[in-house]
Design a protein around this ligand. Sequence first.
Ligand SMILES: *[C@@H]1O[C@H](CO)[C@@H](O)[C@H](O)[C@H]1NC(C)=O
Ligand SMILES: *[C@@H]1O[C@H](CO)[C@@H](O)[C@H](O)[C@H]1NC(C)=O
Length: 191
Amino acid sequence: MTALHALWMGLVLLGVLGVLQTQAQAPVSLQPNFQQDKFLGRWFTSGLASNSSWFREKKNVLSMCMSVVAPTADGGLNLTSTFLRKEQCETRTLLLRPAGAPGCYTYTSPHWGSTHDVWVAATNYDEYALLYTAGTRGLGQDFHMATLYSRTQTPSADIREKFSTFAKTRGFTEDAVVFLPQTDKCMEERK
Ligand SMILES: *[C@@H]1O[C@H](CO)[C@@H](O)[C@H](O)[C@H]1NC(C)=O
Ligand SMILES: *[C@@H]1O[C@H](CO)[C@@H](O)[C@H](O)[C@H]1NC(C)=O
């Protein structure tokens, strides 16, 4: 596996993969009046869209993962995700630093040193959130992805439609959008 593929895989598993922003791309609009405290708690990664080759290969074998979002001392987010890997539940944490406007964050991979920006493009806090992530420096600069977070493992048709529309707006084709199947594995919140 190349380093780049390993980085993408890590980001996909954590459910924050987004689009790698190119200079020409318009900035993503953010959820107006984003309230971080209402965004905290448990989310399921129930939809993804990406044009990376890794994603194209793996999209049919991915399933939902659970993430718990907590505030950090610097005003950012601690995103701890649990997923099944080699028959075991694994937990990984991403620390997102605040990056200016509310709802906009930056993630620097401690391992690869690359930087990704994460935007909360839309959310109603108690049902869904649409996220967009873009690499800005280092590995993964030609990679882009959109993520659907839902509060339950069964997002409504209306929410799924919102995500499809959002992904298309971000330039993804229909076949680059996937809704992840439910799983009962690794869905217990660790105390
Ligand atoms: C993915 O899309 C971005 C933005 O449109 C583009 O720059 C990049 O080359 C694409 N990557 C692949 C692997 O198609
Ligand atoms: C992030 O959250 C996890 C799970 O609650 C916790 O174990 C970890 O210490 C937290 N890390 C930071 C830096 O806040």
